[in-house]
Write a protein that binds this ligand. Structure first.
Ligand SMILES: *[C@@H]1O[C@H](CO)[C@@H](O)[C@H](O)[C@H]1NC(C)=O
Ligand SMILES: *[C@@H]1O[C@H](CO)[C@@H](O)[C@H](O)[C@H]1NC(C)=O
Ligand SMILES: *[C@@H]1O[C@H](CO)[C@@H](O)[C@H](O)[C@H]1NC(C)=O
Ligand SMILES: *[C@@H]1O[C@H](CO)[C@@H](O)[C@H](O)[C@H]1NC(C)=O
Length: 295
């Protein structure tokens, strides 16, 4: 921004006007005015949405402002102008029919397209014909399609199997993330991601890996999740456990049977050695007495 150097050229300048001009020009100076900035809202958007190039701190001394597409001011890139005093909007050759300018300087783009991506220049002209330029940027992205997730095997065995989850997307240049039971996946040492994050390998699979997996594709303007894929993990311990349980049950039944047999028939009938053994275990005090009698 150039400091004001000249008063309006030609004609008489009444002293009141001069005083007014001086005081307002002081306001126009950078040290006393807040910096004019252009902020895109939202910062990144997808095609078809609306984006506002929001102007902050448009100086009160502004007489007119012009919006241009591109980094430099070119007449054929002129979108729209606004004359503050007359509240008049003037459309330029680069106006597409989707841009609306507001008295506060902001420029609204409706139904934005990929072609709207780029730099825009706001030229501010004050009442003393000093000009200032501010640039803003619009970033538009393609809406993303839902990615698909595929697992090499959804029913695996703990510590024995590995699983490869593959995320497929039709949108190039997206970043890929992974979700486990709806939360961002915490990568364990057993897990590896391919360079572009599109495949997740779990080797070996552990029982805590069982659950729902999703991949999520995103660009700065959009993000989509795959449908969940459920991974079931069985563990070898489960079959051994059942076997152990069955054996324990059999042993318990045998011991109980033994006990019943001993109490019903008593010691005298002298059946088998097995009964002797189990009766010895269940009624230990009788054992020494009977063995003494036999001697
Ligand atoms: C400018 O005006 C537009 C439309 O009324 C509004 O949406 C926007 O928030 C305003 N910007 C500022 C910085 O006040
Ligand atoms: C938005 O623009 C697209 C082409 O860029 C057009 O097909 C569509 O009808 C427009 N939608 C609205 C609501 O204006
Ligand atoms: C998946 O893993 C299980 C358990 O190891 C195995 O029995 C099955 O054959 C595997 N299925 C496929 C399609 O590889
Ligand atoms: C891969 O994922 C990590 C987080 O797990 C992320 O920081 C990185 O940016 C991703 N890379 C790509 C290419 O998507």
């Amino acid at each position: 921004m150039e400091p004001p150097s000249a008063l309006p050229r030609g004609g008489r300048v009444p002293w009141q006007d001069l005083l007014l001009a001086v005081s307002l020009l002081t306001l126009w100076n950078p040290p006393t005015t807040a910096q004019v900035t252009v902020e895109p809202v939202p910062p990144s958007a997808t095609e078809g949405k609306d984006v506002l190039l929001q102007v902050h701190n448009l100086p009160g001394y502004t007489g007119r402002f012009n919006w241009f597409k591109g980094a430099t001011i070119k007449e054929n890139r002129h979108i729209v102008s606004y004359i503050v005093d007359t509240q008049k909007t003037i459309l330029g050759p680069a106006h597409s029919g989707r841009e609306t300018v507001y008295p506060n300087g902001s420029l609204l783009f409706q139904n934005i397209t990929l072609k709207d991506t780029g730099v825009y220049v706001l030229e501010i002209i004050n009442r003393a014909y000093d000009t200032a330029q501010v640039t803003g940027q619009v970033r538009i992205f393609q809406p993303l399609a839902q990615p698909t997730l595929h697992a090499s095997n959804t029913t695996v065995t703990e510590d024995k199997d590995s699983v490869v989850l593959t995320c497929s997307t039709n949108n190039p240049g997206v970043s890929i993330g992974w979700l486990f039971n709806g939360q961002s996946l915490k990568l364990m040492e057993r897990m590896t991601l391919s360079q572009d994050n599109s495949t997740l390998t779990i080797r070996p699979v552990r029982k805590e890996d069982a659950g729902n997996y999703q991949c999520q594709v995103s660009n700065p303007g959009d993000s989509r999740k795959s449908d969940p894929v459920r991974l079931a993990v069985s563990y070898e311990g489960s079959t051994t456990g059942i076997l152990a349980g069955v054996l324990f049950g059999l042993a318990l039944a045998a011991a109980l049977g033994c006990l019943l047999l001993c109490t019903r028939t008593g010691r005298a009938s002298g059946w088998c050695d097995l009964r002797e053994l189990c009766c010895a275990a269940s009624t230990p005090r009788q054992v020494p007495a009977s063995s003494n009698k036999l001697q």
